[in-house]
Design a protein around this ligand. Structure first.
Ligand SMILES: *Cc1c(COP(=O)(O)O)cnc(C)c1O
Length: 356
């Protein structure tokens, strides 16, 4: 088995993969595959209902919120959010904390005015921009909780006088949050909660209905809520595997328990990065992500040989994003701490071999 540090689609628990493989042949012994049953069948209805209740349970979702499993990835949410929430003559506040935030705000410009209230672009997104005030007349504030490419994370959410919309694609279910603080939470499943193909949306029902424009059915949150994520054929298999992953998370003790493990994994890896003379961290320490750990070799010529050594140890997916370079170790929920230890040992072995 490989040690999968890939940024996305990311690692899934091995037992989830085994169950998913079985269900491809025969779902719960019904003699049919999960891939060939009607989305209106009682079997699939049970899958979707369980997925929704697991989200509600794991995140303590309060009354007044809907949980949706949609398609089109987080990138479709970049447009759906302003389509449904930004009046043509209104404005929305965006914090530009990375490339994904930038893509989100570009989409919003199709629908209304966008105010970028803070950016870390000049600093190449090595920190989270924090010095801003949220305009009280904005329709909403858009945040990205974890910047997958740069390895920064919002450890504390800012107070906001307007509804907070948050892209949590790469740290959903990695730590406890208070859903009541948000108007919309969205996340492409493929980083930390399932396979590619479905996007989780948790939406406060009463933030809808405030724009006048006509919205096509598939892009309309109201239609999706009324259809219970089944206005059209939902991505049945992606929802099924997400449900299995959420079940796995619950069995592990839920979000509080996984957050502890995530803390331990991140602490061990950052400690090695700070201790090892051959590597150095990329981001401002206080904003370091507990999901995507970005680091570079002090000597750029060490990049290739370290990747080679890592490969020999079964470590995959640590090459940094093409726009960031260096290394990125994604240590999502399903990655066991033993894999982190293998990476740390490889770094130590590399330092020993390349001693000055
Ligand atoms: C990967 C990612 C996206 C894009 O997700 P898609 O599902 O591919 O559209 C958006 N935001 C963040 C923070 C991401 O990590």
């Amino acid at each position: 088995m490989k040690h999968n540090f890939g940024a996305g689609p990311g690692i899934l628990p091995h037992e989830v993969l085994k169950q998913a493989a079985e269900a491809v042949i025969d779902l719960n012994g019904i003699g049919l595959s999960i891939l060939e049953i009607s989305h209106r069948s009682s079997e699939f209805e049970a899958v979707l209902n369980e997925a929704v209740s697991l989200v509600k349970e794991l995140f303590n979702v309060p009354e007044g919120y809907s949980v949706l499993f949609l398609q089109g990835g987080a990138s479709t949410q970049f447009a759906m959010v302003p389509y449904n929430l930004l009046p043509t003559d209104g404005k929305a506040a965006y914090v530009e904390s990375g490339v994904w935030a930038n893509k989100a705000l570009k989409e919003a410009k199709y629908f209304g005015n966008v105010e970028v209230i803070a950016t870390a672009k000049e600093a190449n997104f090595k920190h989270i921009p924090k010095d801003f005030t949220v305009p009280a007349d904005a329709a909403y504030l858009h945040l990205t909780s974890n910047n997958t490419i740069y390895g920064t994370q919002l450890h504390e959410f800012p107070k906001s006088p307007v509804p907070v919309i948050c892209d949590m694609s790469s740290d959903i279910f990695s730590r406890e949050i208070n859903v009541a603080d948000f108007g919309v939470i969205y996340a492409g499943a493929q980083k930390n909660m399932g396979p590619a193909g479905t996007t989780l949306v948790i939406i406060k029902d009463d933030i809808l209905g405030k724009v006048d424009r006509k919205i096509p059915a598939m892009f309309n949150y109201q239609t999706q809520i009324e259809g219970g994520s089944m206005y059209n054929t939902p991505p049945c298999f992606a929802i099924y595997v997400s449900m299995l992953t959420l079940r796995w998370l619950k069995a592990k003790g839920g979000v509080a328990a996984i957050a502890k493990e995530n803390d331990a994994k991140a602490k061990a890896l950052y400690e090695e990065i700070d201790r090892n003379p051959l590597f150095t961290g990329v981001c401002v320490p206080e904003d370091r992500s507990k999901m995507n750990v970005c680091f570079v070799p002090v000597n750029p010529e060490h990049e290739k040989p370290f990747l080679k050594l890592a490969e020999e140890k079964g470590i995959v997916g640590i090459k940094g994003h093409r726009s960031a370079g260096g290394f990125r170790a994604s240590i999502y929920n399903a990655l066991p701490i033993t894999s982190v230890h293998v990476l740390i040992e490889a770094m130590q072995e590399f330092a020993e071999k390349n001693k000055a």
